[in-house]
Ligand binder design. Structure first.
Ligand code: SF4
Length: 699
């Protein structure tokens, strides 16, 4: 039998955004493989997705709408029709609006799907229209994108594919071999060809083990480390004065700020040896063709945005942009000309509409709040695992006055607290267009099979909801074909040579941003800042606290935030006596909380591990495998000690993403709270402090 082959593109929250070929026979997917024609992902998929068909045809899929019949949290549901489900939502929304106003409806979503049609903005136009509270989604990259745009503008900067030309690669706060395996391969190839590798991370990750130099700063002190490296370069007359003169503004002020952190002071603050700071300073200025990639771990603290600004400053300081393979790669916010406003329709939201930071869901759901939430609509997300303050969140989700709807592919921990569950489609069951935050290719995801059971794509879900609520704006009923056209500005210069016709022929198309083997995007400055130069002193610092509108349903933020220093600055976060700084990194086999329910993950991860330095463990009398109580004022979790020297003293780590239902209790977000970062209102989970007590004896 002849098989049909469809172009797919990985929809998960991963910067690699792999190109996939899906083979279909008689309406059933029989295989998927990486598309070998894609220059970045080159035909390989990660271990999670290579077995994607097991996910599509899993017996654990949610196949039909289901309404709660037992107590909240009791997991008792019965099948209902789509018509019944939509009527119920319509009734509950109408009741909520009459009782508490339209802002008592709260959408909750993030990047459980990255598609332009079914991902970040798929529900925005609907919720903006009905007057719901705006969901601020600053879980990831809000701080980094904002900070980078303050110094360089919304440029993607260095092409990740150009790293093959770099002489020195600095990976800062990211385990590239775990969270961007294809870029990791490019970096390792460059290293094989002679490039030097510096990794900066308090954890000895798999990429750190391959580094020529591994610096291990205390979490949250990266801004000091970067400023000190800058100061070393300036004081030793190693900066590129011509580049500074022609293509930057604010260097004298920056130089003065950097001078606050001589290597002795910086060593004291960061815990990195003075000689290592100097070694990296010397290396960066000697090699010139320096490529930097930063990870999201770097931004997740109060000083995260300032770290990004000061690290980006290093590339201007040494004139790295003069060379192919020199510069820094950041989330390419402005490189893909996405018609976000056409997708999200912010004009539907009136000025002053209430907004809630979704990481702070536990607080937003307080039953006795002045403006209580009556209906919570969750899609593309699993907030019980990904929001802060898990214990309070669980209590508030049990509130009988709250009606919670969850649209999901699988039954997650959040479904336990739903009043109504809706079946969501998988990647193969829907059309989409995928941008990437890890390379410069746009990709088509073609619908390859009919949805399993009664699952629907998110675009169809919101069309059905619009109809159920009798909404009459044509924008709410656009077909997927219309949305494909409307999602991009096809006339933008970056789209020259990119069209839907081409995508239907090849599955992917590289943006018109230059050849990665020749590209020097900021050789002549050309930064997308108000001055057109790299801004050591950010002229946009007045609005630094504000997040980019993409992170709040495209509705502009008119909140007044604290002033942001025009120069990178450091504000210490105190660690109380006896406490540890808690990190919650991503696990190689998970995508945030996705894939935690796969059989292999369930089998091997029913125990929550806490990574602790061997000297700290010894001081606390903790042995390998010993049970632990980990606690702070927010909550507590149980864990088992994993004693290692792969983490620095004073810092511990628990992987993020595992489910309560598998661990058998609280997961790491039971320990984290939600104060926002100074720049871009991002989350600050890496500032979390915890205390640890051994319990019982080691296994
Ligand atoms: S999760 Fe990332 S690496 Fe894995 S297939 Fe998807 S895009 Fe590729």
């Amino acid at each position: 039998m002849k098989a049909d082959v469809f172009f797919s593109a990985c929809q998960h929250d991963c910067s690699d955004n792999c190109a996939i070929l899906s083979k279909i026979e008689s309406g059933k997917a029989v295989s998927i493989q990486g598309n070998p024609d894609h220059t970045f992902t080159r035909g390989t998929l990660c271990g999670k997705v290579s077995n994607y068909l097991a996910r599509v045809y899993s017996k654990d899929r949610i196949l039909y709408p289901m309404a709660r019949v037992g107590q909240k949290g009791s997991s008792s549901f019965e099948r209902v029709t789509w018509e019944e489900a939509l009527n119920l939502i319509s009734d509950k929304f109408t009741e909520a609006i009459e009782r508490n106003g339209s802002e008592s409806i709260l959408p909750y979503s993030y990047l459980g799907h990255q598609g332009l049609l079914n991902g970040l903005h798929c529900g925005d136009r609907f919720f903006n229209k009905i007057g719901a509270t705006i969901g601020e989604r600053t879980f990831c990259n809000s701080t980094a994108s904002k900070a980078f745009s303050m110094v360089a503008g919304p440029t993607g900067g260095l092409d990740p594919e150009s790293f093959k030309h770099s002489q020195l690669i600095v990976i800062w706060g990211m385990n590239l071999l775990s969270t961007s395996v294809h870029h990791g391969r490019i970096v390792l190839d460059a290293v094989k060809n002679g490039a030097k590798l510096v990794v900066i991370d308090p954890i000895t990750t798999s990429i750190a083990k391959k580094a020529d130099i591994h610096l291990r700063p205390k979490p949250g002190t990266d801004v000091v480390l970067a400023l000190s490296i800058a100061n070393f370069i300036i004081q030793n007359d190693l900066a590129d004065s011509e580049y500074l003169e022609s293509h930057t503004i604010g260097f004298p002020e920056f130089s003065e700020r950097a001078n606050t952190y001589d290597t002795d002071t910086a060593s004291e603050i960061t815990g990195v040896l003075k000689s290592d700071i100097e070694r990296v300073g010397r290396l960066i200025s000697a090699e010139k063709v320096v490529a930097i990639r930063t990870g999201v771990a770097l931004e997740r603290n109060a000083n995260g945005g300032d770290a990004i600004r000061s690290i980006a400053a290093l590339t201007a300081l040494i004139g790295a942009w003069r060379y192919i393979g020199g510069g820094i790669f950041q989330h390419p916010q402005g490189t893909f000309p996405i018609n976000r406003r056409k997708l999200a329709r912010p004009e539907f939201a009136e000025a002053g509409r209430r907004a809630v930071n979704l990481f702070n869901l536990a607080e937003a759901l307080e039953p006795h709040a002045t403006k209580p939430i009556s209906c919570l609509f969750v899609y593309n997300s699993n907030p019980v695992i990904t929001s802060a303050n898990q214990t309070k969140l669980l209590a508030n989700l049990c509130n009988d006055d709250l009606f919670t709807i969850v649209s999901e592919v699988f039954y997650t921990d959040t479904c336990d607290f739903a009043d109504l569950i809706l079946p969501a489609a998988s990647q193969l069951e829907q059309d989409d267009l995928m941008y990437s935050w890890g390379h410069f290719n746009l990709q088509l995801n073609q619908k390859a099979i009919e949805p399993i059971g009664e699952a629907v794509s998110n675009t169809e879900l919101f069309r059905r909801l619009s109809k159920a609520l009798d909404l009459d704006d044509a924008e709410l009923y656009q077909t997927d074909s219309e949305l494909l056209v409307n999602s991009m500005d096809w006339r933008h210069p970056n789209m020259l040579g990119v069209s839907l016709e081409k995508l239907n022929l090849n599955g992917h198309a590289r943006l018109n941003v230059g050849n990665p083997d020749k590209r020097k995007p900021h050789l002549n400055g050309n930064f997308h800042t108000p001055s057109g130069k790299f801004e050591f002193v950010s002229s946009l610092s007045k609005s630094g606290g504000r997040m980019l509108s993409a992170f709040r349903q495209c509705v502009m933020d008119d909140t007044v935030y604290d002033k942001v220093d025009p120069l990178p600055s450091y504000a210490p976060v105190a660690t109380p006596p006896g406490a540890f700084t808690l990190l919650s990194p991503k696990h190689r086999s998970l995508l945030n909380s996705g894939y935690a329910n796969s059989k292999s993950m369930r089998a091997s991860n029913s125990i929550q591990r806490l990574f602790i330095n061997s000297s700290d463990a010894k001081d606390l009398g903790i042995e390998q495998g010993q049970g632990l109580r980990v606690f702070n004022s927010v909550g507590e979790v149980s864990a088992v000690a994993h004693v290692t020297n792969d983490i620095i003293r004073g810092v511990v780590a628990i992987y993020h993403g595992f489910w309560r239902s598998h661990i058998g209790g609280n997961t790491v977000n039971a320990l984290v709270s939600s104060s926002p970062s100074r720049i871009g209102q991002g989350i600050t989970v890496n500032d979390t402090k915890v205390w640890i007590e051994p319990i019982g004896s080691s296994n």
